[in-house]
Write a protein that binds this ligand. Structure first.
Ligand SMILES: Cc1ncc(COP(=O)(O)O)c(C=O)c1O
Length: 392
């Protein structure tokens, strides 16, 4: 009997190579190294590893994290500016809860991480997409939109975006726009919620500086997670924010009641980090995911030359534009027929119509040879829908 359906989120479909899920390749999850770190953490901290933890998270983890993040993204993050969460999703839910009242406007990038939308909507916020172009959020036009909303009597409290190796596009916001956005936040009082989930997974060059590192304190709340660099099942993430915001988090009723929200895991991660195991692990998964990215890119260039996409320098996703007049909705059943699946672009837009001609392909979950086969199948599916005589 197969018990996996009751254990993990992903459900495989027989015969389908699924590029829809942003999940890790199972063999890259560090089961042995994590098990060793767990034993060390219990040896080192004894009973303290298993009791209620400090509200913001255990100090050894917070100190390791602040130092690690600042070692390549110079933000001078102080321990009092870190709050440990159950992953970036939890960080987003908490930030939305603290920053907004029901009925407030929350601005979002377009396209943006599709599962952020229901998380923000849980707070009964009114989600409005900001103007964008092929480089990402357009700060000048976003300022105009903000002005229009405020003039119309709306409260605009928050802007959510994934500016570094974003989901779904894989692209990063240019430096100048980062500066303009943090200035806009400072001037207007909007808080930018920067989802920095993919920062560690950089394949070409360096990751750009975070908005958190560029902004005055009080304008950016940054979300992080070990979901992509270590393992999503750990449900371990963090918020970095000005110390006053962290104090509001530690004062939440359920934190007061239960202590730090992921104490034992965070202590284990501190050991995993301080031992050097994390650095080695990340270096190795970067190489593997880069090879997976290249296999999918190479396969698509060969098998689907009329798809338009750029090379993501990090993260897990490739964002592709279909040749006109093809839509993702019409391609999806044909692709399934050829044994390959993706996420339709419409999911990543507040107004789904804007995404009709896009698809998101995750290269995270399958090894290079399988990704090459998936690319072949996608190419065949696209070819099967081309108007007759198109290739003559
Ligand atoms: C942009 C973005 N934010 C958050 C998450 C979820 O992170 P976590 O598993 O830490 O909640 C994902 C995962 O797909 C993501 O792509």
């Amino acid at each position: 009997m197969d018990h996996r359906a009751a254990i993990i989120q992903y459900t495989a479909r027989s015969g389908v190579l699924d590029l829809g899920w942003g999940h890790p390749l199972p063999e890259l999850l560090p089961t042995e190294a994590w098990s060793a770190a767990s034993r060390s953490a219990l040896r080192e901290h004894g009973w303290q590893a298993l009791t209620y933890g400090a509200a913001a998270g255990p100090r050894p983890f917070i100190e390791w994290l602040a130092e690690h993040l600042d070692s390549y993204d110079h933000a001078d993050t102080r321990p009092s500016e870190v709050f440990v969460t159950n992953g970036a999703s939890h960080g987003l839910a908490l930030a939305t809860q603290l920053l907004t009242e029901p009925g407030d406007v929350v601005l979002v990038d377009s396209p943006t991480y599709h599962l952020a939308l229901p998380t923000i909507a849980d707070r009964r916020a009114d989600i409005v997409a900001v103007p964008t172009d092929e480089l990402g959020v357009h700060p000048g036009r976003t300022a105009e939109l903000h002005e229009r909303l405020v003039r119309g009597g709306r409260r605009v409290r928050m802007l959510y975006l994934v500016p570094t190796f974003g989901n779904p596009t894989g692209r990063s916001l240019p430096h100048q726009r980062r500066l303009e956005l943090v200035e806009l936040a400072r001037r207007t009082g909007i808080t930018i919620v920067e989802d920095d989930t993919y920062r560690e997974l950089v394949y070409d060059g360096d990751a750009p500086p975070s908005l958190w590192s560029l902004a005055e304190r009080g304008t950016v709340v940054r979300l992080g997670t070990v979901a992509k660099s270590v393992a999503p099942g750990l449900r371990l993430g963090w918020i970095t924010a000005e110390a006053g915001f962290v104090r509001r988090l530690t004062g939440l009723g359920y934190v007061n009641s239960g202590g730090g929200v992921n104490h034992t895991t965070a202590l284990t991660m501190a050991v995993f980090g301080a031992s050097g195991a994390y650095r080695g692990h990340v270096a190795s998964v970067r190489r593997r995911y880069a090879a997976q990215r290249d296999a999918l890119l190479g396969g698509l260039r060969r098998a689907a030359p009329d798809l338009r996409f750029s090379t993501p320098a990090g993260g897990w996703f490739l964002w592709a534009e279909l040749p006109a007049p093809l839509t993702a909705e019409s391609l999806a059943p044909a692709a399934e027929g050829y044994g390959v699946a993706f996420v339709e672009g419409a999911h990543f837009f507040v107004d789904g119509a804007d995404g009709r001609s896009f698809i998101r392909l995750a290269f995270s979950m399958l090894p290079p040879d399988v990704l090459a086969t998936a690319a072949d199948r996608l190419g065949q599916a696209i070819g099967s829908l081309r108007p007759a005589g198109d290739d003559i």
